[in-house]
Design a protein around this ligand. Sequence first.
Ligand code: FBP
Length: 555
Amino acid sequence: MAKTNVSELQLERKKFKPVLPAVLKNGPSSVTPKTGKPTQSISDPEIVQKLFPNTYGMPLVNFGKGKNLAAAKKAVKIGVVLSGGQAPGGHNVIAGIFDGLKKANPKNKLIGFLGGPSGILENKQKEITSALMDEYRNTGGFDIIQSGRTKIETPEQFEQTKKNMLENKFDALVVVGGDDSNTNAGLLAEYFKKENMPVSVIGVPKTIDGDLKNDHIEASFGFDTATKIYAELTGNVCRDVNSARKYWHFIRLMGRSASHIALEVGLKTHPNIVLIGEEVREKKMTLSQIVDDIAGIVAKRAEAKKNFGVALVPEGLIEFIPEMKELISALNDALADNETHLNTLSHIDEKKSFVYSKLQEHLAALMKSLPGTISSQLMLDRDPHGNVQVSQIETEKLLISMVKTKLSEMKKEGKYTGKFSTINHFFGYEGRCGAPSNFDANYTYALGYNAAVLALNGLTGYLSSVRKLTKPSALWECGGVPLTMMMNIERRKGKEKPVIQKALVELAGKPFKALEKNRQLWAETESYVFPGPIQYFGPSTVADITTVTLKLERG
Ligand code: FBP
């Protein structure tokens, strides 16, 4: 990278040295794995066990200090792939793996697969050298080797992966990904074992969505930085609103399914409305009930001459509204079952008419009642894992238009006299490649280093686990969680599949309770908080703080 292409902040940031957990500090040959009892999958144990006969039931692994010369004995070659959406800190995961490997044995090699899992299939590789690595330390993005969403799923793709791994003499593969990519890592680990291949597969928990977590994975990386960026932007909008006092801003926030991002940003900024998908599901709320609630708050504020406010809408909301979930799930099946025919139709209206004929009457009626742009967005291609692409569905605009209609009805009935001028936003891609916060820079480096130690010990089918995250990083605990332990059976692309269970917002959990306690006050007043930009330097109380969610859940 030529110096002219580097900002002053990047230059300073290069000097940041992540602090490793004490247990990893002296390198892989001073770390010993300790194993516990056999584990079970989170649900559907018989089915998961049948599908993973070679990797099911493995114990949890905890790392302790102790001589482990085996971890450094022979030189190894490890591949790394970045899979799925970008998340701040990916480069530091690679730096952690790289430094862990080189510390164990300078002859160890780290190879990056280019462009996500397709790089494994197409054998597109790049060696991570010391000089290359140094250019990317503590930077955002995944551009060192790029990412992609290809799913390795057909027997031919598994065969191709085996061939490329064996021909290129890989000893291990590290998959940096979310729940779907790590499900794929679990399937690969099982397949490699079944084929008697001497290749381990280790996962690293990545996703800004924050929904890859459980008792042993306290947070996925990138959530901290991304939510700090969204909270800065949201806080700025709150201040603008409070200054101009003339608009309602509807902000849709990323998070394909779970509402952790909206909840975290809400807790950081105190906007007037924070919708939580999981609550909508629990209360079985219809779209019109959600609209009535929002209109009620708008009207109440209007009575106090406050024709302004800020509402947060999680992008996954749409799938939590029971009627919409039913529609999306029926659509998923209809699109998967009729893919070939649909591909012969060129116009979206033709496709829609065909799909209406495949849906039950009430679902077709619901779809027809939605604005045309929204029903078209619901028809967009699913991702390779079968998920509807919620980042392309403009739920905030749907809500604005429905709230407008509701308010004009209320006006006719004399129940509303205000003015509803709106502005819509979507904060998503803006946060995924930000320079990692101090927390994420340390966490990702530890996750990568820890993944290298798991691989060097010949372990396979494990997710890198770094815990006690509310303590300083030197005190973090390290080890591995069996991927099969996090699995359950879900319907994907019209079929029952084993997948890592997503962690949704728990309505009994402390973060949601904190919102519940305060939201009436936030709805009626201007209790806005302005978190400002991420601080990389300065007092630890500002630069090293992590998320409100983590603090409430683990603090
Ligand atoms: P991952 O789960 O792969 O980390 O991706 C999450 C996410 O950022 C979602 O928040 C968003 O809905 C989606 O990716 C967008 O996907 P794409 O980058 O393919 O548009």
